[in-house]
Write a protein that binds this ligand. Structure first.
Ligand code: ADP
Length: 704
């Protein structure tokens, strides 16, 4: 697009002239050239100015450009330039500027007078006349300069305009009108060369020589975009959008470009382009789109919130119903649907189901009526117990219903939320609790009676124990008495037998002696039994006190050995003793220790056929006890009998045909005596491998 930059202010003289000169050189038409000159002078001096020249085709002259003059004044000037003999016509063939009176031209009065300056090449008739509303008489220097500078150029342009087809130039009024249009309006030829741009369009598409680099770049970009968009539309009437840049602020601007080709009958076509700023519209559309998107997002959010609420409600095991202020159901969760809604599934339910659903609905409605009634206007919550029917099975469902009024911002009722709570479990629990209470009181009664019975039994047992104790004491007393009664005659028998055997009554025949010996032996055995029974009864009756004294173990064992010597001799067994060297003296019941050891040694000799018996005594410092053991190589005792033999009258072989004599009381007496000493008797034995009986007792006995 070839278009001179708009004229700069005409104050700075040399610079302003240079700019005007460059501008004039860039002008492609006489009109543009004339306009540049007129504007420059008018602006510089603040006075009206005009340039009159060849008119548009018909032969009459016209105002090529004017500033500060009405259309009538312009026409008057053109007429005066053409009219023979008029003051202006005289300038056609006479060079040089001259001042004229204010009313020199009829119809174009300029207060204070004006200058007329013929424009053209030197030596040739003036091609145009420059009129400047400055008072005379001296021609201002810049007017003369402008005339000399612009004259030849204008003449050349006019000549070339005359050869080239004339491009139309909107007149000043039209230009003003178009300038007043708030939208950018452009006039271009068909190849896009800008012929005219209103102020708005110039702000976008024209940059002067002194424009900032930023503005120049923006304008160049806009020109390119505009040209490209224009080229898309061809020469037809067209509307499309074009994005341009605001050269001032650098913002993107969106325009609708409406192009209309205008076919001039006598010249080339021109294109009128009107740009309509859509930026605000675009922004509004964008904002509208944004709010629409937000609306959609809100709607989506609300929908998903509703789904979430539905899911939450459905996940609640308790039935929940939302009703409107009139009591109409708005929403219910799955558990509520099972009670209050007709089953949707094909073939589900029947007449009975429907009846139960209706009955439930009726119950619910009457429940709500209570809350909605005028009596409860100020009540926000309502609780009641209803027994609904399970529509599927008909089973009664005890429910607690809790309704809450939902109030709006203004306190008005917007809905009612009712939550049901199944009371079946609560009732069942209460029933079970009742039952447990019953059972527990039954149990308590039974325990009481059992306790009473037990107490009775205890009393009975206590009496029996007393009776037993008394009986036992009586028995012991009886046995003691009896033993004593037996012992006295028996001792007498043994005494007399002994005397007879010693020949006090004369010699006896061998058979007599043999029989008497048997009487003596049996009598002794009987005495032994009686003595043992007497011992047990005395121990049990607590009539065998401890006689504690200091004594030495070696002496005691020696005594035992001495007493047993005849039997040892008869047995042909070896009997050895091994006593610890440092055996301390003991404080205990010597007689009882001796009786135990005697008994153990007597048993060892009785149940051992070959080998020997070994008696050992040691002191166990750690426990403070003395251990006297009697070890034999006899028949031994099976483990199963090792407990039993310590009980009264118990023997390993208790058959009538047993091989060994004895009463089975010896070991039980030993056990009792050892316990009296604060000790015990232990046994290690195995059949065929001998036995070791050991008496353990404290070195220092404690009187109990
Ligand atoms: P008695 O010897 O009078 O039968 P005891 O009470 O002294 O009564 O012994 C009970 C039983 O223990 C004996 O009959 C015997 O069977 C068994 N017994 C005791 N000492 C020994 C032993 N040293 N070897 C094997 N058996 C024994």
């Amino acid at each position: 697009m070839a278009s001179p930059a708009p004229l700069p202010p005409a104050e700075a003289d040399p610079g302003a002239r240079l700019v005007l000169a460059e501008h004039l050189l860039a002008c492609e038409s006489a009109v543009a050239c004339a306009r540049a000159v007129v504007e420059w002078l008018a602006r510089r001096h603040g006075v009206p100015a005009a340039c009159v020249g060849p008119g548009d085709g018909a032969g009459a002259s016209a105002c090529l450009a004017s500033e500060g003059l009405t259309g009538a004044q312009q026409a008057a000037l053109a007429r005066a330039w053409d009219a023979q003999g008029s003051p202006l016509a005289g300038f056609r063939n006479r060079p040089g500027a001259r001042g004229l009176a204010a009313d020199a031209v009829e119809g174009a009065v300029m207060p204070g007078g004006f200058f007329a300056v013929p424009l053209g090449r030197a030596g040739a008739p003036a091609a145009a006349l420059l009129v400047v509303g400055l008072p005379g008489p001296a021609v201002p220097e810049d007017v003369a300069w402008v005339a000399s500078c612009a004259g030849p150029l204008l003449a050349r342009q006019l000549a070339s305009d005359a050869r080239a087809p004339r491009r139309p130039e909107p007149d000043r009024l039209l230009r003003r009108v178009i300038n007043a249009v708030s939208d950018p309006v452009l006039l271009t030829d068909t190849d896009g060369t800008l012929l005219f741009a209103n102020a708005r369009a110039e702000a976008l598409l024209v940059a002067g020589p002194d424009a900032s680099p930023g503005r120049t770049r923006a304008v160049e970009l806009n020109q390119r975009l505009f040209r490209e968009t224009l080229a898309q539309g061809g020469t037809s009437v067209h509307r499309r959008e074009v994005s341009l840049v605001d050269p001032l602020e650098g913002m993107d601007l969106l325009f609708e470009l409406a192009t209309t080709p205008v076919l001039a009958p006598d010249g080339p076509s021109v294109v009128v382009s009107v740009l309509r700023n859509l930026t605000d519209l675009g922004r509004a559309t964008q904002a509208l789109g944004e709010s629409y998107r937000q609306l959609r997002a809100t709607e989506r959010e609300a929908r998903s919130e509703r789904h979430r609420l539905d899911r939450v409600l459905d996940s609640v095991a308790d039935p929940i119903i939302l009703t409107d202020p009139a009591g109409g159901m708005v929403m219910m969760n799955d558990p509520a649907e099972r009670l209050f809604a007709w089953p949707h599934e094909e073939g589900a339910g029947g007449e009975a189901t429907l009846r139960r659903v209706r009955a439930n609905d009726a119950l619910f409605a009457s429940f709500l009526t209570n809350l909605l009634g005028p009596v409860n206007a100020g009540v926000s919550r309502w609780k009641s117990q209803l027994t609904l029917d399970d529509p599927a099975t008909g089973a009664p469902v005890p429910m607690e219903a809790m309704a809450n009024k939902v109030l709006g911002d203004g306190g008005e009722l917007t809905g009612i939320v009712t939550v049901f709570h199944d009371r079946t479990e609560v009732l069942e629990r209460a029933r079970l609790l009742e039952r447990v209470k019953e059972v527990s009181s039954e149990l308590e009664a039974r325990v009481q009676s059992a306790t009473a019975e037990l107490a009775e039994q205890n009393e009975l047992l206590r009496r029996q124990a007393i009776q037993l104790e008394q009986a036992s004491a009586a028995k012991s007393q009886f046995l003691a008495n009896m033993s004593h009664e037996f012992r006295t005659p028996l001792n007498a028998i043994l005494g007399y037998t002994n005397m007879l055997l010693q020949g006090v009554s004369g010699e006896m025949t061998p058979p007599q002696r043999r029989n008497l010996t048997r009487i003596d032996s049996n009598g002794r055995h009987l005495l032994e039994v009686i003595n043992e029974i007497l011992d047990i009864t005395r121990i049990e009756a607590g009539r065998m006190p401890l006689h504690l004294s200091d004594f030495g173990i070696p002496e005691l064992i020696q005594e035992v050995m001495a007493e047993m010597d005849p039997i040892i001799a008869r047995s042909k067994l070896t009997v050895e003793t091994r006593l610890d060297e440092g055996l301390p003296g003991v404080w205990s019941d010597r007689q009882k220790v001796k009786q135990i050891v005697l008994n153990l040694l007597s048993n060892a000799l009785k149940f051992t056929h070959e080998g020997g018996v070994h008696i050992a005594a040691e002191y166990q410092n750690a426990t403070g006890t003395v251990a006297i053991s009697v070890k034999d190589t006899g028949i031994g005792i099976d483990v199963s009998n090792q407990e039993k033999i310590f009980e009264d009258f118990q023997q390993v072989d208790s058959s009538p045909t047993r091989a060994y004599g004895g009463t089975g009381l010896g070991l039980s007496i030993c056990r009792r005596l050892a316990e009296m000493l604060g000790g015990r008797v232990s046994l290690q034995s195995a059949p065929g491998q001998g036995s070791t009986f050991t008496l353990h007792f404290p070195r220092r006995a404690r009187r109990t």
